[in-house]
Write a protein that binds this ligand. Structure first.
Ligand SMILES: Cc1cc2nc3c(=O)[nH]c(=O)nc-3n(C[C@H](O)[C@H](O)[C@H](O)COP(=O)(O)OP(=O)(O)OC[C@H]3O[C@@H](n4cnc5c(N)ncnc54)[C@H](O)[C@@H]3O)c2cc1C
Length: 266
């Protein structure tokens, strides 16, 4: 169990940042992950008073405050229109509605969890994170960075014309995924994102132009085989490396066929 000695609702990002520089300080989101740890937190720093709980949309981007919940992401009409419901598909099996009403995008992205459906989805788009001190950093770069004492303020998704598909395999609904796969075509560029390998999600671009001339049964299979060859996999209690590599083939192929309008899976 976690033991919190002091709880502060920060009045400003600067105050939150300063408190977070002490080793005993800890930013809290929905606390769903944090509460499972067995340690002592000197000061729990809540961002709930900083107006970071909304999704704002302009012609150029979606700006998602760190305290926005996964449920808000799931239900946002315009975000789901933009992603072809990939946003809802990505989070719909994360435990249950009550859980998603509390889990925040800030905690989910900051965690950079290997199993993360959220990271997999966001990496398939033109996504950046806004860090209080670090400024705006592309998500792909952020995902590879080590944890530090900065604060994730917002997640920014540039609205480039594109199509998105999300697939995941779970042994049991609401369990952690065995493999996640998001496929996108953004202004002609295809990318597959493979997560829960079980390591952190990685982006695989169609560098060989396998899908360049369109999605067919053959090109979908070829791209799936290419992705399976590019994404290293490992074993854990949920599945072996070989099974995960097989799943990359299956889910990437399905995603490509769905993206090409040839098959509906979700
Ligand atoms: C049992 C269980 C099952 C899960 N299953 C899945 C799943 O299948 N798929 C999936 O994608 N996810 C899953 N998750 C993860 C979950 O969806 C959330 O991502 C996770 O709980 C973190 O969100 P939170 O708001 O609870 O963050 P917290 O637990 O409050 O924080 C998590 C970490 O992020 C830090 N943090 C939080 N917000 C910020 C911020 N704004 N800036 C800097 N640091 C910050 C905290 O200090 C902490 O280190 C699961 C979690 C649990 C507990």
């Amino acid at each position: 169990m976690i033991n919190i000695q002091k709880y502060v609702q920060a009045e400003s990002l600067e105050e939150a940042y300063q408190l977070n520089q002490k080793r005993s300080g800890r930013i809290i989101g929905g606390m769903l992950w944090l509460k499972m740890a067995r340690n002592t937190v000197g000061t729990a720093i809540d961002l709930c008073r900083l107006g970071l709980d909304t999704i704002e949309e302009t012609d150029e981007q979606f700006s998602i405050g760190a305290m926005v919940t996964l449920r808000q992401l799931e239900l946002h009409p315009d975000l789901n229109a933009y992603t072809g419901h990939a946003a809802a598909h990505a989070v719909q099996d994360i435990i249950g509605v009550q859980f998603r009403n509390m889990a925040t995008i800030g905690g989910s992205v900051w965690g950079r969890f290997g199993f993360s459906d959220v990271l997999t989805l966001l990496l398939s788009m033109d996504t950046s994170v806004e860090l209080y001190k670090g400024g705006i950093v592309p998500l792909e770069e952020f995902a590879a960075m080590k944890h530090d004492n900065d604060i994730l303020v917002r997640v920014l998704i540039r609205k480039r014309p594109g199509s998105f598909v999300y697939q995941a395999m779970r042994n049991q609904r609401t369990d952690f995924p065995v493999l996640t796969c998001a496929l996108s075509r953004v202004e002609g560029e295809y990318r597959a994102v493979i997560g829960a390998r079980p390591a952190r999600a990685i982006v695989i671009r169609d560098e060989q132009g396998i899908l360049r001339d369109g999605i067919t049964e053959e090109s979908a299979s070829a791209f799936a085989a290419y992705a399976a060859g590019k994404a290293p996999t490992g074993s854990n209690v949920r599945g072996s490396a070989a099974y995960r590599t097989h799943l990359i083939n299956v889910l990437t192929r399905r995603s490509a066929l769905e993206l090409g309008g040839m098959q509906e899976w979700n």
